[in-house]
Design a protein around this ligand. Structure first.
Ligand code: 5GP
Ligand code: MN
Ligand code: MN
Length: 323
């Protein structure tokens, strides 16, 4: 792994970088890629940002979001691929993953737990609460002056990945970086409302369905919800409306491990894990080919909803010695 100065040097030498984050983009992925894109543009780079997946409506307020190209990588000349907030090439999405092996030099800037990061150059710091924290340091190394637009993007990256500074990943460093960003005029209360305070009706309807599916293990340490495809389709809901539902089983007093099962199709289920104090859910997700962080992770498993629930719950119950 490189140090951040090396990554800054590689970026300085590039003139036409292609930037991207991960599939099902979240606040950290989008805020980081936009802040870095704006910063690089301000020092004269010709920047292109691409997302394989559509952008959630929730993040429409992010400055510069309309500049992101959704879908295929535009047919332009690039001299560098810069990947942020993504630990494995597969999570770049079908339109971008092939670019990793296209001969273009690749730089990865990330904070997921990962002992084998990809890319010709990479900087991974799993102690950073958000990739946005690392991007903020990188911009300083690049001599970029932070403005309000960049500050809003970085603040959003940090506030979303820390669940508004409530998760265990929040450090003194996270707070001091956020405080520095607020000095640029970030409208904290307005952002808080946009991100956490309001949701479209279909999200609430989906929550209703999710809570109806809620189950808790006999010992009370594991709680899970299941959302089937038919329900998602009937409500016209998308990924963006499902994100966040897992916080409900996690909220239950005594629950250490929360799981959400989301049917992607009849043979594929997306599983999300969250823990509170002790369970290493990155380790758990890795058993099923996924990953993430110690307290938040995920994976996609082949099988019907029922089959996937059985295999995952068996593994989860082992952690609590058959609970
Ligand atoms: P979520 O459950 O919200 O989709 O993801 C929680 C965390 O786990 C995020 O940091 C995300 O990047 C990571 N994650 C989710 N699904 C996967 C996966 O299939 N593979 C890997 N490597 N990480 C994942
Ligand atoms: Mn992310
Ligand atoms: Mn992140």
């Amino acid at each position: 792994m490189n140090n951040l100065r090396t990554v800054a040097d590689v970026l300085e030498k590039s003139s036409r970088p292609l930037l991207c984050g991960h599939i099902m983009p979240d606040g950290d992925s989008l805020g980081s890629v936009l802040a870095l894109g704006m910063g690089l543009q301000s020092v004269g780079k010709e920047v292109t940002i691409v997302s394989s997946d559509p952008l959630p409506d929730l993040y429409r307020f992010l400055p510069g979001i309309d500049e992101i190209v959704v879908g295929s990588v535009p047919d332009r000349k690039y001299d560098l691929l810069v990947v942020v907030d993504c630990s494995v090439p597969e999570r770049l999405g079908s339109t971008i993953t092939p670019t990793v092996d296209s001969g273009l030099p690749v730089v990865v800037i990330d904070h997921h737990v990962n002992d084998q990061p990809f890319g010709h150059h990479n900087y991974v710091r799993s102690s950073a609460a958000a990739t946005g924290e690392i991007i903020m340091e990188l911009l300083e190394l690049l001599g970029v002056s932070i403005n309000l637009d960049i500050a809003i993007n970085l603040y959003t990256a940090i506030v979303t990945d820390t669940g508004s500074f409530r998760f265990e990943n929040t450090t003194p460093e996270t707070h001091s970086k956020a405080a520095e960003l607020v000095k640029f005029g970030v409208p904290v209360s307005r952002l808080s409302n946009l991100i956490f305070g309001e949701q479209p009706l279909k999200s609430i309807r989906l929550l209703e369905a999710a809570l109806n599916s809620l189950e808790v293990s006999d010992c009370g340490r594991i709680a899970w919800i299941s959302i089937d495809r038919d329900k998602i389709d009937a409500l016209g809901a998308e990924d963006q409306h499902i994100e966040g539902l897992i916080s409900y089983p996690r909220k239950i007093k005594g629950v250490e491990l929360a799981i959400s099962f989301r049917e992607l199709d009849k043979q594929k289920v997306k599983v999300s894990f969250r823990s509170k104090y002790t369970v290493d859910v990155n380790f758990l997700a890795k058993k099923f080919g996924g990953g993430g962080h110690v307290r938040a992770s995920g994976c996609t498993i082949q099988g019907t909803l029922q089959e996937v629930k059985e295999v995952v719950l068996k593994e989860a119950q082992e952690i609590f010695r058959g609970c």
